[in-house]
Design a protein around this ligand. Sequence first.
Ligand SMILES: Nc1ncnc2c1ncn2[C@@H]1O[C@H](COP(=O)(O)OP(=O)(O)OP(=O)(O)O)[C@@H](O)[C@H]1O
Length: 247
Amino acid sequence: MTAAIRVEGVTVHYGEVLALDGVDVTLEHGHVCGLVGMNGSGKSTLFKTVMGLVRPDSGTVSVDGATPALARKTGAIGYVPQSEDVDWSFPLSVRDVVMTGRYGRLGFTRRPRRADHEAVEQALERVELTELAGRQIGQLSGGQRKRAFVARGIAQGARVLLLDEPFAGVDKRSEATITRLLKELAADGAAVLISTHDLHALPGLADEAILLMRKVLAHGSPGEVLRPENLALAFGLDVLQREEEPA
Ligand SMILES: Nc1ncnc2c1ncn2[C@@H]1O[C@H](COP(=O)(O)OP(=O)(O)OP(=O)(O)O)[C@@H](O)[C@H]1O
């Protein structure tokens, strides 16, 4: 079976900075995988490399058996970037943002057809944003913006979905909606890779996890990956003391 994501021996430098060091990751369809690691451990770089936005110094990446560039072109891969990476003043409505997920499918006239409009409306409904669809994207709350980007991935029919910290600054309702949707998408055969800082929420969110510190320190079930010795390696010993404190 073709893996949803296959990353082999990937090393990435930004100038002198080593961001990824011989990373191997395989993710199969039908799974939600949580990506955890401290600030600067290379999570966003891994996403950008899988998206083909950062070119590795060495190693190979394939998405659904294709190059990242081809997967982007065909719409096989969808990306919900970190909020800082998006220009929220761009004059696009929520509906327009979701329609950008259909661009790879539009004919040479570039004009959306009925099937495109229907896919957009269905996706908006699934993320519960139909009522806000006419608003400029920057006029939504943080959680609503994330849901709009998830809707874009749904409208696109992406078989591989990457989400870079979708819960940062997000209210509980949006978090619950996004979590439910990601599980539904995985149950329908998509592969979902999601970075998060919320270690406590990880077992409820994902059925597998990757612990990153420039290299993959652990990859397995959330329970295995979050074992104290792994966390100590990835975050330093202080996280263990914090884990022991009462909630
Ligand atoms: N454009 C860039 N130019 C130079 N260095 C960069 C660039 N982007 C990231 N880095 C560096 O590469 C390393 C990995 O960064 P990356 O953003 O991938 O980490 P991260 O795990 O996503 O961090 P965070 O949890 O803070 O989002 C860090 O040391 C960072 O400072």
